[in-house]
Design a protein around this ligand. Structure first.
Ligand SMILES: [Fe+2]
Length: 131
């Protein structure tokens, strides 16, 4: 589970709201997987993919508007993450194994989210705020 206090705060409040929403979706996903609820897990995975896609495109627009110098590497990291999430969904759709989702959240996704916000998002929000 991701606690709200674990989320690093960035300089743009709307980004913090989006990050909070996303962490709540990840927590919902973890609960569905723990409950062994295959349909709810699949539905939440799709909801998370949709939310993340929109979240990243909002960030990419902010970066473009502020001519952010690290746009390409930040966008590449978003694309990598989205295709990873897509692969996880395909894998889960085939195998229907909630343990794979729990392993992904706790072995990768949670740490990735916190690290991405702490590094790339923090730098870009600071840049956009001051430009
Ligand atoms: Fe980002």
């Amino acid at each position: 589970m991701i606690a709200q206090e674990e989320l690093p705060m960035v300089a743009i409040p709307s980004m913090n709201d989006t990050h909070l929403e996303e962490s709540l979706l990840v927590n919902k996903l973890e609960s569905s997987a723990k409950d062994n609820d295959i349909e709810a897990t699949l539905a939440t995975l799709k909801e998370l993919l949709e939310h993340t896609t929109l979240h990243f495109s909002k960030e990419e627009n902010i970066m473009k508007e502020s001519s952010f110098f690290e746009y390409n590497s930040h966008k590449a990291e978003h694309d990598r993450h989205l295709s990873e999430l897509q692969s996880i969904i395909e894998y889960f759709d085939e195998r229907r194994d909630p343990n794979a989702i729990l392993a992904y959240i706790n072995g990768n996704l949670k740490a990735w989210m916190i690290d991405h916000i702490k590094t790339m998002d923090t730098v870009m929000a600071k840049h956009a705020q001051s430009s």
